[in-house]
Write a protein that binds this ligand. Structure first.
Ligand SMILES: Nc1ncnc2c1ncn2[C@@H]1O[C@H](COP(=O)(O)OP(=O)(O)OP(=O)(O)O)[C@@H](O)[C@H]1O
Ligand SMILES: [Mg+2]
Length: 511
C-alpha cells in the first residue's frame, strides 16, 4: 500500500446526533489495500461511524462516495451488494440456528424452495476453515458455542463474498494469540486483493501491528489521521484520552493473607479435567489459555453455574468443601463471578445506568425497606465518573450506551459489590485504555483490602500487567503456573498450546 493507492471510500462532513451530537463533521478517506485503524475512547463514535458506512444508520449531515460514485445505502443488504461489509461489535448471530444457517442467512442455496443442505454445509466448511474453525461442525447450534467461537463465526460470515470495504468493529475482543494471527492472515489476503479495511480495536498492540494509517476520534470529532509509521502509540493514546497512560506495569503486589479459594481436582466434563489451584487473600491470579481451553467452564463450575462431577471448592480456609450447587449458594458464601457474555450478565437494558450499577448492592442503600435514592445516586455517579462511563446522565437507559460503556456499567456493579472472592471473566472486553487503567487500580485496591481476585483474560498483555501469578489452561487442564518474575510470554504461550499439541515435558501446575 502506498500513498498513491486510489481512494475507495470517502466520507465528507458526516454528522449524527441522538440526545446530543455523537459525530460532528467527520471526513475520512479509505484507500485500496490499506488497513485503516479507527481508535477512540468508549463512546467516541467509532461504531456509529461504522454503522453509517455499513448502511445500518443514516447520517444527519454529510455525504459519502464509493469508488467515485455517490454512496448512500438505505440498509445493510444494499451496502453489501455494493461491496461494503461490516462485522459487528456485538455478537449478532441467531442462537437457535446452526452455524451454517447463520453464515448464509441471506443466501441459502435452494432449489424450488428446498434448502440444499449438502451444498450449504460444504460452503460453510470452506468459510469456517478461513478463520481456523475447520473442525467445527457447521450443523452445531450457535447457542452451544463459546463467545470466542461465535466471534470467529461472525468474522467468517463477514469474509464471504466480494468485498471492497470491510469494517471490523473490535473483532478480537474475545480472541487470543493464534486466533488473532489467523484473522490477521485473512486481513493480509484481503489487503493484497485491494480491499480497504477499517479496523476498530482497544488493543493498542494490534493497532501497531496491523495498521497502515490511524485515525483518532474524540467525542465524535476526528482529531488526527496519520500514517502508523509516524504515529507512535503513546501519541495515539494521548490523542484518544488526553493524557499519558502506562498500562504495562500496574500491579503493586501487597501482603498475601491466608488461602481464600482452594480448588481441588475439579472435574466438569467435557471441558474441565481435574483442576487444582489456590488463591490467597490479597492476590490476583490470572487464568490464561486459548479459546476453548476450558477457563470459562472452570470458573462457571466453581460458581455453581455449571454442574461439576467431582472435586471440591474450599472457601476462606475451610477444610470442608463448600456447598455450592447454584450461583445463589456461591454469592451467599462471598463469591462473585462476572461472566464473559454481556447478554447473559443480566444488564437490564431498558433501565437507567444507575439501577444497573447499584442492583446488587441495594441492601446497602435500604433503610426500613425503602431505597434511599440520594446515596444510591451518589454511588452510581461516582462510578460513572471514575470509569469515564459516557452517558447523557445516570438516568439514561443502558440500551443507548456504546458497547464499552455497557461493559463499564457491569463492571461497576461488580466492583461495588462487597465480596471476598471475585472472579472476573474477560472484565475489560471492549474497554478503552484510559478506563482499563482505572480498573487495574481498583483491582489493586480490592486486593489491598484483602480480597482474592481471579481474572480470566484472552489479552495476555493484560494478565502480565496485573497478576501476581498466572495459571495456564489447555485442553481443560492446568498445564503450568508461573509467579511474577518467572513468566515470559513465550513460556505462557507454550503452556497454552500444550494440550492441543499434546506436547510433553511442560511442568504441571505448581501450587
Ligand atoms: N440509539 C442511541 N440512542 C442514544 N444514544 C446513542 C445511541 N446509539 C449510540 N448512542 C451514543 O452515541 C455515542 C457513541 O457511541 P458509539 O457506539 O459510536 O461509540 P464507540 O466509539 O463505538 O464506543 P465503544 O468503544 O464503547 O464501542 C455514545 O455516547 C452512545 O451513548
Ligand atoms: Mg463501539
Amino acid at each position: 500500500m502506498g500513498a498513491a493507492a486510489p481512494v475507495i471510500l470517502s466520507l465528507a462532513g458526516l454528522g449524527k446526533s441522538y440526545h446530543a451530537p455523537v459525530l460532528a463533521g467527520v471526513s475520512l478517506e479509505l484507500r485500496a489495500g490499506e488497513v485503516h485503524a479507527l481508535v477512540g475512547e468508549n463512546g467516541a463514535g467509532k461504531s456509529t461511524l461504522s454503522r453509517i458506512v455499513a448502511g445500518l444508520t443514516r447520517p444527519d449531515t454529510g455525504s459519502m462516495r464509493l469508488a467515485d460514485q455517490p454512496y448512500a445505502p438505505a440498509d445493510k443488504p444494499e451496502a453489501e451488494r455494493l461491496g461494503v461489509r461490516m462485522v459487528l461489535q456485538e455478537l449478532s448471530l441467531i442462537s437457535n440456528l446452526t452455524v451454517a444457517e447463520n453464515l448464509f442467512l441471506r443466501h441459502l442455496p435452494n432449489r424450488a424452495g428446498w434448502i440444499n443442505y449438502a451444498t450449504l454445509h460444504d460452503h460453510a466448511r470452506t468459510a469456517l476453515a478461513r478463520v481456523g474453525l475447520a473442525d467445527l461442525d457447521p450443523q452445531r447450534l450457535v447457542r452451544t458455542l463459546g463467545v470466542g467461537q461465535q466471534q470467529l463465526v461472525e468474522i467468517a460470515a463477514g469474509l464471504i463474498g466480494p468485498c471492497r470495504v470491510l469494517i471490523l468493529d473490535e473483532p478480537t475482543a474475545a480472541l487470543a494469540g493464534p486466533e488473532i494471527d489467523r484473522l490477521f492472515e485473512q486481513i493480509k489476503r484481503l489487503r493484497q486483493e485491494g480491499t480497504a479495511i477499517l479496523y476498530i480495536s482497544h488493543r493498542m498492540e494490534e493497532i501497531q501491528r496491523i495498521s497502515d494509517r490511524i485515525t483518532v476520534l474524540r467525542d465524535g470529532c476526528l482529531v488526527e489521521t496519520r500514517p502508523a509509521a509516524v504515529f507512535p502509540l503513546s501519541d495515539v493514546v494521548r490523542a484518544m484520552v488526553g493524557r499519558e497512560v502506562d498500562d504495562t506495569q500496574v500491579r503493586t503486589p501487597g501482603t498475601l493473607g491466608p488461602v481464600a479459594l482452594r480448588v481441588r481436582d475439579l472435574c466438569a466434563p467435557p471441558a474441565v479435567h481435574s483442576v487444582s489451584f489456590e488463591v490467597r487473600a490479597g492476590e490476583i491470579l490470572g487464568l490464561a489459555g486459548l479459546m476453548g481451553a476450558g477457563r470459562t467452564e472452570l470458573v462457571r463450575a466453581i460458581f455453581g453455574a455449571d454442574p461439576r462431577t467431582s472435586g471440591g471448592v474450599y472457601l476462606h480456609g475451610s477444610a470442608t468443601p463448600a456447598d455450592i450447587l447454584c450461583p445463589r449458594d456461591a454469592v451467599r458464601q462471598g463469591l462473585a463471578l462476572l461472566t464473559e457474555d454481556r447478554k447473559q450478565q443480566g444488564l437490564l437494558l431498558p433501565l437507567p445506568v444507575r439501577v444497573n450499577i447499584t442492583l446488587n448492592a441495594l441492601a446497602r442503600f435500604c433503610r426500613r425497606g425503602w431505597i434511599r435514592r440520594l446515596p444510591e445516586s451518589l454511588a452510581a455517579a461516582s462510578w460513572v465518573s471514575r470509569l469515564g462511563l459516557k452517558c447523557a446522565s445516570p438516568e439514561q437507559p443502558v440500551r443507548e450506551l456504546s458497547g464499552g460503556n455497557q461493559q463499564k456499567a457491569i463492571l461497576a456493579r461488580w466492583l461495588l459489590r462487597d465480596c471476598r472472592i471475585l472472579i472476573f471473566d474477560e472484565p475489560t472486553r471492549g474497554i478503552d485504555v484510559g478506563a482499563k487503567f482505572e480498573i487495574y487500580q481498583w483491582l489493586n485496591r480490592l486486593t489491598g483490602e484483602g480480597k482474592a481476585v481471579v481474572v480470566v483474560s484472552s489479552d495476555l498483555k493484560e494478565l502480565l500487567a496485573i497478576c501476581d501469578r498466572i495459571a495456564v489452561m489447555a485442553g481443560g487442564r492446568l498445564t503450568a503456573t508461573f509467579a511474577r518474575g518467572e513468566w515470559t510470554q513465550e513460556k505462557i504461550m507454550q503452556a497454552a498450546v500444550a494440550g492441543t499439541r499434546k506436547a510433553e515435558g511442560i511442568t504441571v501446575g505448581g501450587e
